[in-house]
Design a protein around this ligand. Structure first.
Ligand code: 4AZ
Length: 420
């Protein structure tokens, strides 16, 4: 990622100053005792999270295929209704202090009607009477579900509640696509800049013999998209692994690769059909900072001049070194006609490609960003994969924006290989 060096240096200096002031304020042995008191309180009052999985049938809602798409308005509306019902139920109950949140993990079909699976999260300091707590939660829910449930009609005989461990529960809570927990802190700044943890939870590092080679994007718990040219001299899946987490040096999860599917029509050194799919040997577990991106429908149009973000651990200039912190570059889509002008790429941009960046240069993807995501958020703040970092004439040069594989163009190909 080509970036503004000055901003980074200034930021480092400011951070240093803040810490200097802080240590003046806390001073000498006082600091030790304050830390001791904090540790004591954190240990004493810390609450352990625990989770339940509930399911029930909705008798007044016919199943629609859009319920299978977590970004569809139908799914979002239904989730909203269920969450409101759960929030109301527990906030008016004896467990209001322990209740954290609920989330619709799945909407499925049962005899034409709609079944929902919901994960409930609680936090409590009382770990020793789990069975009693579970019975209470079940009683509260059953009482509510047999009574007034607003616009949802619930078949209370279908109601089930069971314990679920933290890992599978967090996996279900984080399986929505294109969402991140935090708001981006620096979206007003243009340029290649440090990301923060959880900002781009679908970004993965594709590594050959444990060395970062390319970016990749999580599209389900066991499939990723990347660029075909990453595998030109190395097609053996055993050489490759995938890591997740925004610091290259501290991966949160790591997986080996079962299979690499390179587009049949990709032919090095050409740039057409620069797309490949990676199948993981074992699914990744979703967590707050590891989530999938949403794939746009085939006919979705990302208009020229709309804002997009490219992310990666690529070098900070042509033939430069790789950063440890995931970088982001905020840029604009450039339409293919402009990108094909004589002084730009002179007709080399085909329908399966798209350009992004600025004609004045500077902010751009670079070597090592290849295969990584170019994303765009819709009006609801849901992030979609627009492109895959593919090629360009060096990095950040005027009239030489980055060129990306156009994901909508390959949407059906992706489905044909993955079922997604
Ligand atoms: C590369 O070598 C590469 N400026 C990737 C992206 C761009 C240039 C080169 C775009 O993988």
């Amino acid at each position: 990622m080509v970036e503004q060096k000055k901003d980074r240096a200034r930021h480092k200096h400011e951070t240093h100053q803040i810490w200097e002031n802080r240590s003046d304020y806390l001073g000498g042995h006082n600091r030790g005792s304050i830390i001791g008191v904090i540790v004591y309180f954190v240990v004493l009052v810390s609450k352990t999270p625990f989770y339940y999985h509930i399911s029930f049938k909705l008798t007044n809602i016919d199943y629609k295929s859009d319920f299978g798409k977590p970004y569809s308005q139908e799914y979002i509306n239904l989730n909203e209704k269920i969450m409101t019902l759960m929030n109301k139920t527990f906030q008016a109950s004896k467990l209001r202090r322990q209740y954290v949140l609920s989330h619709t993990a799945k909407v499925r079909e049962s005899n034409g009607k709609t079944m929902v699976d919901v994960v409930l999260k609680f936090k409590s300091c009382y770990n020793n009477n789990a069975a009693k707590f579970r019975d209470r939660a079940r009683d509260i829910l059953l009482q509510k579900l047999t009574g007034d449930t607003g616009s949802l009609c619930i078949d209370s005989s279908s109601f089930k509640l069971s314990d679920i461990d933290m890992e599978p529960a967090e996996n279900l809570l984080n399986m929505c696509c294109g969402r991140r927990k935090m708001k981006s802190p620096g979206n007003k700044v243009t340029g290649g800049l440090d990301s923060v943890e959880g900002e781009w939870p679908w970004q993965a590092s594709l590594q050959q013999n444990n060395i970062h080679r390319c970016g990749a994007t999580l599209i389900s718990n066991n499939w990723l998209l990347t660029a075909a040219h990453c595998f030109v001299n190395a097609k053996d899946p055993q050489e490759w692994s995938v890591t997740f987490g925004f610091l290259l040096s501290e991966p949160k999860q790591k997986r080996s690769v079962k299979n690499i599917i390179v587009h049949e029509k990709y032919e090095y050194p050409g740039h057409d059909h620069d797309i490949a799919i990676i199948n993981l040997s074992k699914p990744v577990l979703y967590e707050t900072n590891i989530r999938k991106v949403c794939l746009p429908e085939e006919n979705y149009n990302f208009p020229p001049d709309s804002d997009v973000v490219v992310t990666g651990w690529g070098s900070l200039k042509s033939d430069g070194s790789s950063p440890n912190i995931l970088q982001k570059g905020i840029m604009k889509i450039i339409d293919n006609a402009t990108c094909n002008e004589k002084e730009v790429y002179d007709g080399s941009i085909t329908n399966g490609m798209l350009c992004a960046g600025f004609l004045k240069g500077r902010i751009d993807a670079c070597q090592g960003d290849s295969g990584g995501p170019l994303v765009s958020s819709d009006s609801r703040g849901i992030w979609f994969l627009v492109g895959i970092v593919s090629w360009g004439d060096e990095c950040g040069l005027p009239n030489k924006p980055g060129v990306y594989t156009r994901v909508t163009y390959y949407r059906n190909w992706i489905t044909s290989k993955t079922g997604i």
